[in-house]
Write a protein that binds this ligand. Structure first.
Ligand SMILES: CSCC[C@H](NC=O)C(=O)N[C@@H](Cc1ccccc1)C(=O)O
Length: 731
């Protein structure tokens, strides 16, 4: 049969290079309202973007500003102001509320050593540059999304951030003291003889727990405050020792600091993609150092945001343990009455109006309407990502985007009702849009204005397909659930050509593929493949019942849903059933490896990135052992001991159980530093396949973690995947 797939590596890399140029939006800030000399009002919009630089082998961050003239209800005129500028060395940055100053945490290598500085800029002057490393009040500043923050006090006199707790310098018992032991760098930073840093002996090799995948070396965060006038940094006292604080902000009137605290006793578990860790909202008073717990303490909370009138805090809440990503509750704490209310509760099944619940582990940095009555949340609703408007007094939820073109709407910020969003779809890279939120009670549609357009890919066609599992595959505990898949295919298919198909189950398993811009899928599609991305039952965005239906049934329900979707699509006749491949990462790799074991004749090529291969062998080495228990159908507690019956079930539900049936050639891509699915999982599969003489190739990426997202690993991984597919599908 004729094929129209691109097979030449030069052509494939050229295409990858072309499509990897599209940047993604990472941040937007709206500046204050300025009245021009002619009376027109405008605001500057600061945006940050990220783009792969294949030559430099890094993701580059750059900014661009836009000017938006408006009348507080609609955009009158808008456009870019100036060109893009690359941002180097900035770990965190934030304009002051008035827009008069800017704070930057900068990392700089001086004489081969990493140093961190806190800078204050005013007008065109860097007025302060404080060497945080030399101050030695704390360890490295946290720049991650989990704990990190850089927040101006309302008075603009203080800055709040999170850093690693200071550790005493550890020395060997056999360290000989000599004047030379004081380094030149230390001397330059003012550590003179006689004033040496305090040291401790015998602690050199003490193990410090960390917070797992992507948070390695983050162990004991502390809240830090800079008094700008006095250039004085202090570490806040009063936070309980068994709590790791983060996501902090200033309380009304700057009387103290509100933060999320994660309990880390009896031990820390991985936090990345795991918003189900026991945590609470806390308030620490600045004068007395008293710490008050503001939420229950029996749930998991995240992303607290103070209303513009400083009266209420909105935050997300979910259950501790259980599936890692679940339907969240949107809760509100009233600062003055100290009462908490549930604004939007867990949704078990999608409602008639389409609302399926809130699925998010972070609200955007600003999410309140100007009247402090409404909240904006962008989150998956089935295979779309929509912008939802929540009335905090009634809990009513309406979608601002469900009638707009399908795709993915992500809120970057909202300030004085001016919303800044990123929109993309499988054939359209991210574009920047702004629009005013209609006044409360109004049914007006948002008039979106494009500030930065992107290039639609006319050769890519996409659609969302819905599947109802056959009766024998219905879940008796959660009956009547259906699921979706996203199908991408080349627009122009020559007469008589049947397309090869790549099937992609997502990871999680409680995550979802929304109709977003997806680099590797779009390159594969432009090469001539069709791609089927399946949101099997258990995905988020379809109601809590769908999520709850999967634990205990992994390796069967998810696998059968994917197989059912593929076979249904093949029945349409447009695809070549002899040229079907499967590719997935992590839990998606688990599903992929199950599929080639359970349907050995069906798939002609398989790619698995950091796949879960054996739940029983992984439980002792992953940063989230609870995941293995929960997905195998058991409750988790921190004191549970190994149980042969549980281990047996974990083994039975794992892909390794079916390895003897495998015939499909497998490409494994593994990250040496993966704490989530340690690469030994992939090695276990590799050895089994080698023993069975099934073609297997293993790519090992040093310096990479679970996501394999460093630019060289991602691009090399892509090329190898593309060539594995063309080779083993005989294209
Ligand atoms: C013990 S590893 C379990 C699999 C892993 N789940 C959680 O981290 C996984 O499948 N990871 C996904 C990433 C992901 C996880 C959760 C929500 C969204 C994405 C992957 O790497 O693709």
């Amino acid at each position: 049969m004729e094929s129209q797939v691109m097979t030449n590596p030069e052509d494939i890399s050229k295409l990858y290079r072309e499509l990897s140029l599209f940047p993604s939006l990472t941040r937007a800030d709206v500046g204050p309202v300025i009245t021009s000399q002619y009376g027109g009002k405008y605001s500057n919009i600061y945006t940050e973007w990220s783009q792969r630089d294949l030559e430099r082998n890094e993701n580059v961050k750059f900014c661009r500003q836009y000017i938006v003239f408006h009348d507080d209800k609609s955009v009158v005129y808008s456009g870019p102001s100036g060109n893009c500028t690359e941002i180097k060395g900035e770990l965190l940055s934030k304009d002051s509320p008035s827009g008069d100053m800017k704070a930057v945490v900068r990392e700089s290598i001086i004489k081969g050593e990493d140093k961190q500085f806190l800078e204050i800029w005013s007008k065109n002057i860097k007025v302060k540059s404080i060497n945080l490393t030399a101050l030695k009040k704390h360890g490295k500043v946290y720049e991650d999304d989990q704990f990190g923050c850089l927040v101006w006090s309302h008075s603009e006199t203080h800055l709040l951030y999170v850093a690693e707790r200071k550790r005493l310098k550890a020395e060997s018992f056999f360290q000989s003291v000599s004047p030379e032991s004081c380094s030149l760098a230390d001397e330059e930073e003012g550590v003179k003889m006689g004033k040496e840093e305090e040291t401790t002996k015998g602690e050199q090799f003490v193990f410090y727990e960390d917070w797992g995948e992507t948070l390695v070396s983050k162990s004991s965060p502390v809240l830090c405050v800079l008094d700008i006038e006095g250039s004085n940094v202090s570490v806040l006292e009063g936070v309980p020792d068994n709590i790791s604080p983060g996501q902090a902000f200033w309380a009304p009137s700057d009387t103290g600091v509100v933060f999320v605290g994660w309990w880390h006793e009896p031990f820390r578990l991985g936090l990345k993609y795991s918003p189900n860790r026991r945590s609470s909202l806390f308030y620490v008073d600045l004068t007395g150092g008293q710490c008050e717990q503001l939420s229950s303490g029996s749930s998991a909370v995240c992303s607290p945001k103070l209303s513009p009138d400083q009266c209420r805090i909105i935050y997300l809440e979910c259950a501790v343990y259980g599936p890692h990503q679940q339907c969240s509750r949107l809760c509100m704490y009233d600062w003055y009455t100290k009462r908490t209310s549930v604004v939007v509760d867990v949704v078990k099944r999608p409602r008639e109006d389409g609302f399926a619940g809130i699925y998010s582990s972070s609200l955007s940095p600003l999410c309140w309407s100007a009247d402090s009555q409404r909240i904006l949340v962008s989150c998956p609703q089935g295979s779309r990502k929509d912008l939802l408007l929540v009335e905090t007094t009634t809990g009513s939820v309406t979608s601002l985007t469900s009638k707009s073109p399908g795709g993915s709407w992500s809120l970057l910020t909202i300030e004085r009702n001016l919303m800044v969003v990123s929109w993309s779809s499988p054939n359209c890279p991210p574009s920047l849009r702004v629009g005013f939120l209609p006044l409360g009670g109004s049914r007006e549609e948002v008039d979106w204005v494009v500030l930065e357009d992107s290039q639609t890919q006319p050769d890519i066609d996409w659609q969302i397909l819905n599947f109802t599992p056959p009766p024998e595959q219905d879940n008796s505990q959660y009956p009547g659930l259906d699921f979706d898949a996203l199908l991408l295919k080349p627009k122009d298919v020559k007469e008589g050509v049947k397309l090869p198909l790549i099937v992609t189950p997502h990871g999680g398993p409680h995550s979802v593929i929304v109709a977003d811009w997806l680099l590797s899928s779009s390159v594969l599609c432009r090469m001539g493949f069709a791609i089927l991305l399946v949101n099997y039952r258990g995905s988020i965005g379809y109601g809590q019942d769908s999520i709850s239906s999967l634990p205990g049934n992994v390796g069967t329900q998810d696998v059968k849903d994917v197989q059912f979707a593929v076979e249904s699509v093949l029945r349409g006749g447009a695809f070549d059933e002899q040229k079907v491949a499967v590719a997935g990462g992590s839990h998606g790799g688990f599903v992929a490896c199950h599929l080639i074991g359970q349907y050995p004749e069906f798939y002609k090529a398989c790619v698995a990135r950091n796949p879960v291969i054996n739940l029983a062998s992984m439980i002792g080495s992953t940063d989230i052992p609870d995941w293995c228990m929960v997905e195998a159908g058991y409750n988790y507690s921190t004191d549970c001991l190994p149980d042969p019956a549980v281990w047996e079930q974990m083994l039975n539900k794992s892909p390794i159980k079916h390895v003897k049936q495998v015939k499909t050639p497998v490409l494994l891509t593994l990250g040496e530093d993966d704490k989530r699915v340690p690469p030994k999982q992939g090695i276990e599969y590799y050895r089994a396949l080698k023993a069975l003489q099934v073609p297997v190739r293993l790519l090992w990426y040093p310096g990479n973690n679970h996501s394999l997202s460093k630019v060289d690993a991602e691009s090399d991984g892509f090329m190898n995947i593309a060539l594995w597919m063309t080779q083993h599908l005989s294209l």
